[in-house]
Design a protein around this ligand. Structure first.
Ligand code: PLP
Length: 425
């Protein structure tokens, strides 16, 4: 199994003789053992197996194994949301007093998690523009920096990160690069091939693709040598008193330490575990991910070109357009397309956006993105409505910005819908 489409359909689950072809939903909180001694081994991390679904569940692990293969990693886990995935990925290697360098072009929920909530936990973040100069990037590092974080294609700014460049700088400072790969999915970009060390996902978006479950995933490339930077990552390289003094890097190796620690400590203590049924639904989505991503990108490209041709449209932002400042980076990292999300502004600005959106018939107003059904959002009047015009500009979401998430309908219908909404007064 070498191709991404085959992996989308088949990876992660291999039924044995007579076993169900579809992945079993193990809707059980707990698992039975013949002796306390047998169970004790699990609690000591001496044996692998299931004992309580807050930590691990077979259905979730089957789907995590598929995502692991799609990304080309060594270990993976599911979480109950993308928010939990990003929190865990960073908190697994940072404690109070530590520091992280993050791209400023990231999902609003992640920005809030970092800049407000994790700051209250004593972890500081320095935000840099994804297209900052090398000097600016270097200057963001401190002696206590433990990670660099960015999004392959930022939601909603749609900036494309130069993963290779960020990975090189992170590694020169002895820290890993964590990439949120939600928008392109591993079908369009595999950040590990460009030097990223940890990948996260909101599986709520394209991976599910049908708006049926909220979920997240974390994947380890197995390439980052924690022991080479032992003093920076004591949580992975020194004894864990809560598991009889095991050392994760010694016991689970470079490819297993990060995810095992994340499950054993963070799932145990925070319990952001996915429901088995949600993992099952996510797997449905994954089985057609390669087909859907192709269609999302084709539709978005046609829609972006159409919008760019219209005089009512002031600007269009889509990395598949030659006019995009991210066109070259997108060609390098995502030659088959980035994602289905296009942003644009109308000549009439904020007010025109509202009138236009109310006329749309096929594209429906929703906070969701990356769904089979086309949806549209005006952040300044919805998710970002508490911000002033100046604050909106500062976070790269202008008052006129319309975020259009192209679904997998027929492009002609999407374009006709946009045309009639632009034309009717
Ligand atoms: C939606 C999103 C998240 C948060 O994921 P949830 O599943 O909503 O918790 C994180 N990162 C990106 C890029 C997203 O689009």
């Amino acid at each position: 199994m070498t191709q991404i489409g085959t992996k989308c359909v088949q990876a992660g689950y291999r039924p044995q003789n007579g076993e169900p072809r579809q992945i079993p939903i193990i809707q059980s909180t707990t698992f039975r053992y013949e002796s306390s001694a047998a169970m004790g081994k699990l609690f000591d991390l001496e044996a692998s197996g299931y004992f309580y679904s807050r930590l691990q569940n077979p259905t979730a692990d089957t789907v995590a194994a598929k995502i692991c293969e799609l990304e080309g990693g060594t270990a993976a886990m599911l979480t109950s949301s993308g928010q939990a995935a990003n929190f865990f990925a960073v908190f697994n290697i940072c404690s109070a007093g530590d520091h992280v360098v993050a791209s400023s072009a990231i999902y609003g929920g992640t920005f809030n998690l970092f800049a407000v909530t994790m700051k209250r936990m004593g972890i500081e973040f320095t935000f840099v523009k994804p297209d900052c100069s090398d000097e600016e990037l270097e200057a963001a590092f401190r002696p206590n920096t433990k990670a660099v974080f960015g999004e392959t294609v930022a939601n909603p700014a749609l900036a494309v990160l130069d993963i290779e460049r960020f990975a090189q700088v992170a590694h020169s400072h002895g820290v890993p690069l964590i990439i949120d790969n939600t928008f392109p999915t591993p079908v369009n970009c595999r950040p590990f091939e460009w030097g990223a060390d940890i990948v996260t996902h909101s599986t709520t978006k394209y991976m599910d693709g049908h708006g049926s479950q909220v979920g997240g995933a974390i994947v380890d490339s197995g390439k980052f040598d924690w022991t080479a930077q032992s003093e920076k990552f004591p949580g992975l390289t020194t004894p864990d008193a809560s598991y009889h003094g095991i050392v994760y890097t010694e016991k689970f190796g470079q490819g297993g330490a990060f995810i095992t620690k994340c499950v054993a400590q963070l799932m145990r203590d925070f319990g952001a575990s996915p429901a088995p049924m949600n993992a099952f639904l996510l797997n449905f989505g994954l089985e057609s991910l390669h087909l859907r991503m192709k269609r999302h990108c084709e539709n978005a490209q046609k829609v972006a070109e159409f919008l760019e041709s219209r005089q009512e449209v002031a600007w269009v932002n889509y990395a598949g357009l030659k006019s995009s400042p991210y066109y070259e980076l997108a060609q390098k990292y995502m030659p088959n397309g980035t994602c289905g999300v296009v942003s644009f502004g109308l000549v009439g600005g904020r007010d025109a956006a509202e009138v236009f959106m109310s006329k749309l018939q096929i594209a429906q107003i929703a906070t969701h993105v990356a769904d089979a059904r086309t949806c549209v959002l005006h952040p300044a009047n919805a998710t970002h409505r508490q911000l002033s015009e100046a604050e909106l500009e500062a976070c790269g979401v202008g008052a006129d910005l319309i975020r259009l998430s192209c679904g997998i309908e027929d492009a002609d219908d999407l374009i006709a819908d946009l045309a009639q909404a632009l034309e009717t007064k």
